[in-house]
Design a binder for this molecule. Structure first.
Ligand SMILES: NC(=O)c1ccc[n+]([C@@H]2O[C@H](COP(=O)([O-])OP(=O)(O)OC[C@H]3O[C@@H](n4cnc5c(N)ncnc54)[C@H](O)[C@@H]3O)[C@@H](O)[C@H]2O)c1
Length: 304
């Protein structure tokens, strides 16, 4: 790969503009396509605002260009990141278009949160160059990117992608099987399933669930993964604990009906002022600010 790669982002939303920012900061040329002009119109402003909040220079902005024509956005592309909405039919259509319009040697990635990559690329003729790169929000502050190949993805494309991401300062990991949710969202939503069940069963309220996590093992999680933790306490103790706790955990095979009830009551979360708990606009904004400040402080500390 050349030092300065040509990157194309499809979808200039929350993730797409942040991923564009990461690559521009790493010195790559980034073309961004979106099906809606409004997303392109605000692209530079949003990146500029992020960089201001991060107290980072905005001298990379000239490397990012917006394009309303997909073919134009793909000119010379070496790596393509699809960041369109999480709808299977939309992604399948985009991948069909990308196969036709992207240079033959471009590596094409989807940023789907949970869909198996095979369900998006289907039987496309050039699926050997297609894979998943699951970034986390905000992409310029959360280091991890899960790189997922299908059984048809060629290893050299996975390796080229991992190399690109690592050199851009990310923490890429390779996921060996193309399963729904990859690794991160399987772990995250195993926890969410139990969190919802605890509330649905009246064991505690939503605020208590979040307090328990944030004031206990959540404090350690950034430096101590569960399997490191298991080794510290010993696998024998882990087994003894699991003999009691695993049979007691929620094991429903679909979403908890409690979620359906919230939605039926228009308790959609911060947008309607109530979800699992009530929210004023100020409380929601303060929460967003706290998350950003926390992630920024972690990044600053890591950079020394
Ligand atoms: N938001 C997150 O926290 C997060 C985290 C990781 C992964 N993801 C995944 O990233 C992808 C994008 O999510 P997002 O949060 O950025 O969504 P978003 O709604 O903020 O952005 C999607 C963008 O795609 C554009 N778009 C719609 N249809 C299009 C099309 N046919 N072609 C090109 N662009 C189109 C929209 O105009 C919008 O700008 C999804 O697959 C999502 O699951 C999201």
């Amino acid at each position: 790969m050349s030092e300065r790669a040509n990157i194309t982002i499809v979808g200039a939303g929350l993730m797409g503009h942040g991923i564009a920012q990461v690559f521009a900061r790493a010195g790559h040329k980034v073309r961004v396509y979106d099906a809606f002009q409004a997303s392109l119109d605000s692209l530079h402003l949003r990146i500029e605002s992020n960089l201001r909040d991060l107290e980072e220079p905005a001298d990379c902005l000239h490397l990012v260009s917006g394009h309303a024509d997909l073919g134009e956005a793909l000119e010379g592309a070496q790596f393509v990141f699809e960041c369109a909405p999480e709808k299977l039919e939309v992604k399948k259509q985009i991948f069909t278009d990308l196969e036709r319009l992207a240079p033959a040697d471009a590596v094409i990635a989807s940023n789907t949160s949970v869909m198996p990559i095979g369900s998006i690329v289907g039987e496309l003729a050039t699926r050997a160059r297609m894979l998943g790169t699951h970034w986390w929000n905000p992409p310029f502050l959360v280091p991890l990117v899960e790189v997922v190949g299908t059984p048809d993805t060629e290893l050299r494309h996975i390796e080229a992608m991992i190399d690109l991401l690592a050199k851009a300062g990310k923490t890429p990991v390779r996921v060996m099987k193309d399963v729904a949710g990859f690794v991160g969202n399987r772990l995250q939503h195993a926890l969410w399933r139990e969190a919802v069940a605890l509330v649905a069963e009246g064991i505690c309220d939503a605020r208590t669930v979040d307090t328990v996590i944030k004031a206990s093992f959540g404090r350690r999680l950034a430096v101590l993964g569960p399997l490191e933790n298991s080794d510290l306490i010993g696998t024998e103790l882990t087994l003894d604990i699991h003999k009691t706790i695993i049979p007691a955990l929620d094991r429903s095979v679909g979403p908890n009906p409690y979620l359906d009830r919230l939605i039926a009551e228009n308790k959609l979360g911060v947008t309607t002022g109530e979800g699992f708990r009530t929210w004023t606009p100020e409380e929601a904004q303060n929460l967003r600010k706290r998350v950003f400040a926390h992630l920024k402080a972690l990044n600053t500390a890591e950079r020394g």
